[in-house]
Design a protein around this ligand. Structure first.
Ligand code: OXD
Ligand code: MN
Length: 613
């Protein structure tokens, strides 16, 4: 049995609540050793992990690991929000009683770290000194060294973050036990994994994975689920799966900040790391703050909404990241950045990494290349020759400071004032390039009806989206009706409110399927239009579903789209919208206690579409 007191005392960790917490879980999991980790331990841990071949060198100051083949993604079915109050059950939060879940998870964790080291990772999900700091502190326990290395990149990690807490007991307890991955029946009826956030006890217990999305508990479990619950329970803030950027007009010197939610595979990281198109680069600068999570609060002093990115790094999808789609990300994972790659293809001889989309074709010389499962490409069976080299969900993990256009004030504890909140899915028709919404309830309504195309089309249900409210469907912590009310309250309490907008970079030509808008860097253009609309510099054209750019209001210098393409993406397809509005009604009807303001917004939009005949 590990000597808990000696390990914590040796690390200078004095917080008695942390000591008690570590003692409890060390005993339950049977860990053999305890080690307290700070960011300054990174080089030593990297050396140890290399020596044990848990990670492999991937060029100067970069590393590579493979996860178990059946442990490569977040599991939504096995993820649960538990509390003691049945009224916390929502449509998406997979609610279960805390009293039922805790013993189930404890049973699986009991003795499961025998012979292993339990790393104690004290962390902060906020810049130090943030007004939301009391919700940001946590201590992750993990029996996986690679997870500890990821945490150092993704969160601010150090003993001082929890030893100096005003309320010494106000840290999130985040326990991660890997389990015997080969015996967990992933995806079968006997699946042993449990990823549980006991939200009203501020305790996270994840068993049965060492893949980042399930095992980096500061990020999704704390930064989204727990924080969303805390933000609601305290009434103080919103925690959302949002990117956050700054846009500076170099001519006027004005700085703007935009945040927003996009369902998976809708280009959020590329947007967050975007550079201006060449034609606009003299005039505008885009700063990166975060690609995945934002916490939003109203500041009582100046009446504005402020946002922080609680994370310290980027856990980005590698697939399709290239010089064209995201040159900034490539620079952020360049040699010397300390980047950890997971489940991409790896070359034993040269230590290079590669993923689909990195270059138009895979490396021609196959010598030394292995796919993400570890199989030599040259020896893959004939039936696997077309299979991807990298897992589609392969990742890079790098710190924010490595992103070349990271905002100079990304670490400012106050956060940045928000001018606009945007939502965007991947929608092949109907959704124009951008439509602005100036009414708060209509903006929240738009977020609640956000969706991306799913496989429904195959079932012949024309136009039906997989709704993903505010892009929070997998991370929802409490009931959706209360969630909408909390949004109205937090943003409504600000004297100076952000403008909302819905964006869509993905409209396609119905005949040949090509994209009508070039996307990527050019996505800055509609955002600039939105900020100018807010400033009263352009007026746009009112439609039943919002304000869209009038002809000539978008700066299109250097854009290759044809006039016909532009016409399509800057107009409203009323018959298609009328279909959509019926689906929305069914979607919203699921949510008990949805505020009347949201229903009124829905009826207003429906009536305006009706009048548009
Ligand atoms: C996610 C992620 O799963 O950000 O959404 O990793
Ligand atoms: Mn995400």
């Amino acid at each position: 049995m590990a000597d808990v007191q000696a390990a914590l005392g040796g690390a200078g960790l004095r917080n008695v609540h942390v000591r008690e917490y570590v003692r409890h879980w060390a005993e339950l999991t049977g860990a053999e050793r305890i080690e307290v980790i700070s960011a300054s331990d990174d080089a030593r841990l990297i050396g140890e992990a290399l020596a044990e071949r848990e990670i492999l060198p991937a060029g100067e100051g970069r590393y590579y690991s493979r996860s178990y083949v059946k442990d490569t993604a977040r599991s939504e079915e096995r993820t649960i929000v538990a509390t003691s109050n049945p009224a916390d059950k929502g449509v998406y939060n997979n609610w279960r009683p805390a009293g039922e879940m805790r013993p189930l998870v404890e049973e699986r964790m009991r003795g499961a770290s025998a012979g292993k080291t339990m790393y104690v990772v004290p962390y902060l999900m906020a810049p130090a000194g943030s007004p939301l700091e009391q919700y940001a502190a946590g201590v992750q326990l993990t029996d996986c060294r690679t997870v500890a290395l990821h945490m150092i990149r993704m969160a601010r990690v150090g003993v001082h973050y929890i030893d100096n807490l005003a309320d010494q007991n106000s840290f999130v307890r985040a326990v991660h036990v890997t389990g015997d991955l080969e015996k967990l029946g992933q995806g079968t009826p006997g699946d042993q994994r449990y990823f549980v956030t006991i939200a009203d006890e501020r305790t996270i217990v994840h068993f049965g994975s060492s893949y980042g999305g399930n095992a980096l508990l500061g990020k999704i479990a704390h930064g989204l689920r727990q924080a969303a619950y805390d933000g609601w329970a305290s009434g103080e803030f919103l925690a959302e799966q949002f990117m956050l950027i700054g846009i500076t007009d170099k001519l006027t010197g004005k700085r703007y900040h935009v945040c927003g939610g996009f369902p998976s595979a809708s280009g959020k990281t590329n947007l967050a790391m975007m550079l201006p198109p060449d034609a606009l680069a003299d005039r505008y600068r885009v700063d990166f703050y975060g690609d995945d999570i934002a916490w939003l609060r109203a500041d009582p002093d100046d009446g504005k909404i402020y946002a922080i990115n609680p994370e310290f790094g980027v856990f980005g999808v590698a697939k399709d990241t290239s010089e064209v789609t995201n040159p900034t990300a490539l620079a952020a994972v360049a040699p010397g950045t300390g980047t950890l790659f997971t489940n991409v293809a790896y070359n034993d001889l040269t230590h290079e990494v590669w993923w689909e989309g990195r270059t138009p074709a895979p490396p021609a010389d196959l010598a030394g290349w292995r796919d993400w499962t570890g199989t030599l490409i040259s020896e893959r069976p004939a039936e696997d020759t077309g299979a991807p080299w990298a897992h589609p969900n392969s990742r890079f993990t790098t710190t924010l400071a490595n992103v070349p256009n990271v905002a100079p004030d990304f670490d400012d504890p106050k956060g940045v004032p928000i001018d606009a909140i945007i939502f965007g899915g991947r929608t092949r028709d109907r959704e124009p390039l951008i439509r602005a919404i100036t009414d708060l309830a209509e903006g929240v309504y738009d977020g609640l009806t956000l969706g991306a195309e799913a496989t429904f089309a195959a079932e012949g249900v024309e136009g039906l989206l997989r709704y993903d409210p505010m892009s929070m469907r997998p991370f929802m912590a409490y009931p959706e009706g209360a969630y909408a009310a909390h949004w109205l309250r937090v943003i409504g309490s600000a004297a100076s409110q952000p403008i909302f907008a819905h964006v869509n970079w993905f409209q396609r030509d119905p005949e040949d399927g090509h994209y009508l808008w070039p996307g990527y860097r050019d996505n800055l253009r509609p955002l600039i239009w939105l900020l100018r609309l807010k400033e009263g510099e352009v007026r746009g054209r009112q439609t039943p579903v919002g304000i869209i750019p009038a002809k000539d209001e978008l700066d299109l210098d250097g854009v290759t789209a044809t006039p016909e393409e532009l016409k399509t993406i800057l107009s409203i397809d009323t018959p298609r919208w009328k279909q959509e509005i019926k689906h929305r009604e069914q979607h919203l009807e699921q949510f008990a206690g949805l505020p009347e303001e949201i229903w009124q917004a829905h009826r207003r939009v429906a009536a305006a579409l009706h009048r548009a005949d």
